[in-house]
Design a protein around this ligand. Structure first.
Ligand SMILES: Cc1cc2nc3c(=O)[nH]c(=O)nc-3n(C[C@H](O)[C@H](O)[C@H](O)COP(=O)(O)OP(=O)(O)OC[C@H]3O[C@@H](n4cnc5c(N)ncnc54)[C@H](O)[C@@H]3O)c2cc1C
Length: 300
């Protein structure tokens, strides 16, 4: 921060600001909330390889399910997990529609935000070390505001826009559909979630007007509010001040006599956290561990 304050050259200052803003958007939190120590040891700065799934991640899941017929229960909200002290007794899972499932092992993959919000009641309660890790890990907020205009008023060759401002800073451009997508993160995103869609869109127009005085009236918009979503309560995890890779390792560590396992992007301590591949890797590795345990059990 001190070095940044000393930059005299206005253009250089903006360039640095843009890079710092990029980190804030990538981590979905303000810089003062992030751990520099853990960021430098995580995936910060690696060359990422992005793949876009044009028709959504749902199709990816669909293919897995079609190839391996699995008894997946959709729209089933878990409310309680009761773990008997006797290891030979099954674990009881209760759902919101008051159904019960008995099982030997459980793999928990609900988002970190839901764990922080105690969406599932564990009996007996989670051990202190697990609860501490849940509290300690950072949870970012990244929202997108999609706005469609009647025409493309920006330079069609641009992939994205960066505005050196304190409010809306990043826009991804889709000139073909006349759509601009504003990315907002951290405290600003949290504040915007309290406003109506119309108020947010108006703020964006006011932000773009000094650059594009001819900006037309938008025709459609869509605003995400991840921190209000009861199945997410945030966007994805990061290392907040005080959190380390050990925190993520603790989030992944099984508990209740190795009967409750954990996966999800926030648990992928061996690789990246916060991404789709983080969730996939951790899910696969924990599922294999349970599978191997069951194999040994039935073989014996
Ligand atoms: C705006 C935004 C942009 C992103 N961009 C990228 C990107 O470009 N690249 C990338 O790799 N990643 C990106 N991510 C992150 C990525 O989406 C997540 O890291 C990934 O989806 C996490 O997967 P998961 O399985 O851990 O959790 P989730 O995908 O959140 O799955 C958890 C599931 O648990 C369900 N659930 C919650 N509570 C309960 C309950 N009580 N009972 C039953 N089910 C419950 C939820 O409904 C959900 O289906 C982005 C995320 C956001 C929000």
């Amino acid at each position: 921060r001190d070095k940044y304050e000393k930059i005299q050259d206005e253009q250089m200052r903006r360039l640095v600001e843009m890079n710092l803003a990029y980190i804030e958007h990538y981590e979905a939190s303000n810089l003062d909330q992030l751990s520099v120590k853990s960021y430098l040891k995580s995936d910060g700065g690696i060359n990422t390889c992005d793949l876009t799934l044009p028709i959504g991640l749902g199709t990816f899941m669909q293919q897995i399910v079609e190839r391996n017929p699995l008894p997946i229960q959709l729209n089933t909200i878990v409310t309680n997990i009761d773990i008997p002290s006797d290891k030979n007794e099954p674990i009881r899972i209760t759902t919101k529609d008051n159904r019960h499932y008995l099982t030997k092992y459980v793999l928990i993959t609900i988002p970190l935000g839901c764990l922080k919000a105690n969406s599932i009641q564990f009996t007996p309660p989670l051990p202190d070390w697990k609860q501490n890790a849940i509290d300690q890990m950072g949870l970012g907020l990244l929202n997108k505001i999609f706005i469609q205009y009647p025409s493309t008023f920006w330079d069609e060759k641009l992939d994205d826009l960066f505005i050196a401002s304190n409010s809306f800073r990043f826009f991804v451009c889709h000139p073909h559909d006349h759509i601009l997508v504003a990315f907002v993160c951290g405290r600003f995103a949290r504040k915007l979630e309290q406003q109506t869609d119309e108020e947010i869109v108006e703020e964006i127009i006011q932000c773009l007007k000094p650059i594009y005085p001819q900006i037309p009236k938008p025709i459609k918009w869509l605003v995400t509010r991840w921190s209000c979503d009861p199945f997410a309560y945030g966007s994805y995890s990061n290392f907040k001040v005080g959190a380390t890779h050990e925190t993520s390792r603790e989030l992944a560590k099984e508990c209740y006599d190795n009967r409750i396992y954990w996966a999800g992007e926030h648990t992928n301590y061996g690789g990246t956290i916060g991404c789709v591949d983080s969730a996939f890797e951790s899910g696969q590795s924990e599922a294999k561990r349970i599978y191997n345990k069951l194999n040994i059990l039935f073989r014996d």
